[in-house]
Design a protein around this ligand. Sequence first.
Ligand code: ADP
Length: 150
Amino acid sequence: MRRAIFPGSFDPITLGHHDIISRGLELFDEVVVAIGVNANKKYMFSLEERMGFIEKAFKGKPNIKVVSYSGLTVDFCKEIEAGFILRGLRNPADFEFEKAIAHTNKVLTGIDTVFLLTASGTSFISSSIVRDVIRNGGDYTRLVPAAVRI
Ligand code: ADP
């Protein structure tokens, strides 16, 4: 079984994440969407809300699992026997940031990171911009899956 983990904060899940997960399912038998828990980070949505949005967005798809984890992503990969890390790339800044982490993970554990380039229609979307739109009463519904309703 080819299992990949798609780690992130998903605060909240956006159409960009949705695209990467859907396309990841073409490559892997199972995609585990893993919400990293960082005690020092402030989130707009609770862990339960973030998990709920993702579960609802992929309802009826048995090859997607939604879980939370803390600690190193590679340790969690070993725990759930995921051979790959899936990440999305939007721009050169994402690439530079992700490159160092992917190399570190590979050197430390041999786990490879598979990158999918963002779809052209969703490349501008980020959770932080969505949060800004929500905070200021804008129409966020065009940026997130229908499952995200506040
Ligand atoms: P993190 O806190 O790790 O950046 P995010 O929830 O912001 O977590 O993102 C998780 C993953 O989704 C990352 O690989 C990120 O590059 C990717 N991603 C975020 N937005 C988009 C988008 N619009 N298109 C493609 N990938 C995206």
